[in-house]
Design a protein around this ligand. Structure first.
Ligand SMILES: Cc1ncc(COP(=O)(O)O)c(C=O)c1O
Length: 464
């Protein structure tokens, strides 16, 4: 830490936090006797807390966001310069960084042409849902309003996106939800669902065919959209099995269903080699939503990107006053977001971070496979690029998950060694047993090894 805050200042901050801040995703009772964690500073891959303790951050800001690492002065300068020139104007008008970032982004997304700015991943997904609903009314006589979502996927914390939430435990106590969101089965081969016959087809094809079953059950003329994560993140780091995506694409085309890919986690480099997760699988989406890594958390920005075909559906009749997307996101007009995002993309290109992500992802996967050899509690390792998971089971044969409490102990043991990792938590009852790793795309071989060494020690301490 650079020491600009005195110990008194820091104590004051911690007291103020404990008295007034309502933290995300955490119970507050323990703070009546203990202190909340306050992160004071970050540089590169590392952060420091209120006690001056240094941590290697293996989860890019907790939720897979700070892709280019902490302390980037060039992003801060780009944002500062832009804020002085023009901080905001509503998105009904354009802005210099908005136009230039859109141009740059679209140059990395063949087949896509239009960028709709919002300020969170949930909101970007809501926009896609609204567009699908409006298309249903405009072009299908009010039919095709149903939107399919997948078991174990997550699309946000608003009531609309929770209606498309495939993580039941997260949704408990927040219903009732919005009608016409329909669930399809997940595609996780490690926990293959009943009914699959490995003799007759691959798991990927079978899992995709289950989507078709749902469409046929609901009626193809009632289904307008299918929303999927390219690699499921919070639902357990689920990489799609071979054969899954081509069949999904085929099904969408067959039944005229718009394909919405939620790249909120995978987007902008996280999966390596390509800018977006879907680009690994040759998918041609109608909507791509993105948020976290778009500006690496230096400013709040999210986007709902569409094709010209979708865009055209909203402007084909200028005489109809209802014939456009009647929506605004106030903070979608903040210019700090696209200014930061443009510089974020420059950094990824100039520093070769897509290539680094692939190389470091392979190293980390190799290290995790070695941990699987050593610790019987590691039942499966999965992932793409620098987005990886290790599923912990108490019995490899039955795949019985370890308890969420034990997973918490592994996280705490890593924390004690100065490494922050993540895990599924309160998402799927009984199945919150997957450790997450998503270090910044700038990770070095030493960083990767430090993370997996900490996990090795933690697994030994918790499970022997
Ligand atoms: C796949 C996915 N979609 C959407 C969201 C929601 O994004 P936000 O928290 O920015 O609303 C998240 C958040 O973790 C996510 O993981």
């Amino acid at each position: 830490m650079d020491g600009t805050l005195s110990q008194n200042d820091i104590s004051h901050v911690v007291d103020a936090d404990r008295a007034h801040v309502w933290h995300h995703l955490i119970q507050h009772k323990p703070f009546e006797t203990g202190e909340p964690r306050v992160i004071i500073e970050g540089r590169g891959m590392r952060v420091w807390d209120q006690n001056g303790k240094e941590f290697l951050d293996a989860v890019s800001g907790g939720v897979w966001t700070v892709n280019v690492g902490y302390g980037r002065e060039s992003i801060a300068n780009a944002v500062r310069d832009q804020l002085i020139k023009l901080n905001y104007f509503a998105g009904s008008a354009g802005s210099v960084p908005g136009a230039l970032f859109s141009e740059k982004l679209i140059s990395k997304m063949p087949g896509m042409t239009r960028v709709y700015f919002t300020n969170s991943g949930s909101e970007a997904n809501e926009k896609a849902f609204k567009m699908i609903r409006q298309i249903a009314h405009k072009r299908h006589g009010g039919k095709k309003t149903k939107i399919l979502y997948r078991d174990r996927d997550y699309h946000g914390g608003t009531i609309g996106t929770m209606s498309a939430g495939g993580q039941d435990e997260r949704n408990i106590q927040y219903g009732p939800f919005v009608p016409d969101f329909i669930r399809v089965p997940h595609c996780m081969e490690y926990r293959a669902q009943q009914g699959w016959n490995p003799e007759s087809e691959s798991y990927g094809e079978w899992a995709a065919n289950q989507i078709e079953e749902v469409i046929l059950r609901e009626g193809p003329d009632t289904v307008g959209g299918l929303c999927l994560e390219p690699v499921t993140a919070g639902g357990g780091v689920i990489t799609p099995p071979e054969g899954y995506w081509p069949r999904v694409q085929e099904i969408c085309r067959k039944y005229d269903i718009l394909l919405h890919i939620d790249e909120v986690v995978c987007g902008v480099g996280r999966t390596g080699t390509h800018w977006f997760g879907y680009q690994h699988y040759g998918i041609e989406p109608d909507f791509v939503t993105m948020a976290k890594g778009v500006a690496s958390g230096y400013a709040a920005i999210a986007c709902c990107v569409t094709t010209e075909r979708v865009f055209e559906m909203f402007k084909d009749d200028a005489d109809d006053p209802m014939n456009y997307f009647r929506d605004i996101s106030t903070f979608g007009g903040c210019t700090a977001g696209p200014a930061a995002a443009l510089e974020n993309m420059r950094i990824i290109e100039d520093e070769g971070l897509l290539e680094n992500t692939t190389a470091m992802g392979e190293r980390m996967m190799g290290n995790l496979e070695a941990l699987m050899e050593k610790h019987r509690v590691v039942g499966d390792v999965r992932g793409k690029g620098l987005f990886l998971g290790a599923e912990l089971v108490s019995d490899r044969a039955t795949k019985e998950p370890v308890s969420e409490k034990q997973v918490g102990q592994v996280l705490a043991e890593c924390g004690a060694q100065g490494v922050i990792i993540g895990s599924t938590n309160r998402s799927m009852r009984g199945f919150n047993n997957t450790l997450y790793f998503s270090p910044a795309l700038i990770a070095t071989p030493d960083d990767i090894d430090q993370i997996t060494e900490a996990v090795d020690t933690a697994l030994t301490r918790v499970f022997g």
